[in-house]
Design a binder for this molecule. Structure first.
Ligand code: SAH
Length: 343
């Protein structure tokens, strides 16, 4: 059965046909994304025959929780089953001041970064807009978040490269940010990319878009090409040029992520080069000490090294260390590979 999740109002109008009053589409849209109904028969402001017909011909299309892994730190990793039986992961991270949901944009990933476990899955397929939104709805409902989602952050940093599935990512973003839809704040949704230049340019032209984070991960082209084969296609000079031309909103700045790998890209000289690369950019840096995994041929630097690297960057640019979440259940950055045993 076709899914309703992922549809925007004009598409719902079209599906209902001319026999229904126009406000019906808005009612259904609101029931799906704002009220987060998962049972079509319960949409009590619709006439019963319409409810029955909808339920007989369409699914809501929420993913189904196949397994949930709970970390000692409160993080929850979900293995979600999609309509075609494929599975994908999403992560819920509670904090005192806010809650963050990390969602996937593809099943697996094609980008093949050498430090990332998801790369070992390869790419199975793109997620639809409904499957992307569905992860947020499901995890929000499962963790009793306020209906308005005011303190809810969404990061597109799970499986997949969002800019290689841009049309679906943009559609999902419009629904997530629409006050009549999920109603998230535009400051609270972020997309992370390995640095797909044409995708960044395209994103910048969109009126409704997430904030942008870029995985830098190295201070020279040579090192970056080794770690991220995609960098052969998109060299640093061009990448940073596109970043400087990126049309930031007045309140916005770019985020650069930098995975620290012991003895590979974590020297003082690397830090000084990063400072140079990021000159003249309105940005901040998130450092991520490697989250290890089976078959990942790198080591996590000592905490002192991470702090020393941060100190150098901090003189030039706001720089934070991303605290790993859910390391014990393979839920942290770069660990999403559908692993079912504890670490
Ligand atoms: N494909 C996107 C989003 C997914 S990765 C991207 O590349 O940005 C999200 C972040 O996790 C990226 O910054 C990536 O560099 C980082 N990451 C990947 N593997 C990691 C690992 N093993 N340890 C720490 N961070 C990792």
């Amino acid at each position: 059965m076709p899914a309703l999740l992922g549809l925007e109002i004009p598409e719902i109008e079209q599906l209902l046909g001319p026999g229904q009053p126009r406000f019906r589409a808005r009612q259904i849209y609101s029931a799906l994304y704002r009220e987060r109904h998962s049972d079509l028969l319960r949409l009590s402001n619709l006439p019963l025959p319409l409810r029955r017909e909808l339920a007989a011909t369409h699914a809501v299309g929420l993913p189904v929780v196949q397994r949930r892994f709970d970390s000692a730190d409160g993080t929850r990793r979900y293995l979600l089953e999609l309509a075609d039986g494929r599975t994908v992961e999403a992560v819920f991270m509670p904090e005192e001041q806010r809650q963050t949901i990390c969602i996937s944009t593809q099943v697996g990933c094609a980008v093949n970064c050498k430090f990332c476990l998801t790369a070992l899955l390869g790419l199975e397929r793109n997620l639809t807009a409904g499957e992307i939104v569905g992860q947020v709805l499901l995890l929000a409902a499962g963790n009793q978040l306020a209906a308005e989602g005011q303190r809810l952050n969404v990061v597109m940093m799970g499986q997949g490269e969002p800019l290689l599935n841009l049309p679906n990512v943009l559609k999902a973003t419009r629904i997530l940010l629409d006050p009549a839809g999920c109603g998230l704040s535009p400051r609270r949704i972020t997309l992370s990319t390995a640095g797909i230049i044409p995708g960044i340019e395209e994103l910048g032209r969109e009126p409704v878009r997430p904030k942008l984070a870029i995985s830098l991960n190295a201070s020279t082209d040579e090192a970056r090409r080794e770690l991220m084969p995609i960098a052969r296609k998109y060299p640093l000079r061009e990448l940073l040029e596109v970043c400087r031309a990126y049309p930031l909103r007045p309140w916005e700045r770019l985020t650069f992520e930098y995975v620290l790998l012991q003895g590979v890209n974590d020297s003082d000289a690397d830090a000084h080069r990063v400072v140079k690369l990021l000159a003249r950019l309105k940005c901040k840096v998130n450092l991520i000490a490697l989250n290890p995994g089976p078959e990942i041929p790198f080591r996590t630097p000592e905490p002192d090294r991470v702090l020393a690297f941060q100190r150098i960057l901090k003189r030039a640019v706001p720089c934070f260390i991303r605290k790993p979440r859910g390391l014990d259940i393979f839920a942290a950055c770069g660990q999403l590979r559908k692993i079912s045993s504890p670490a």
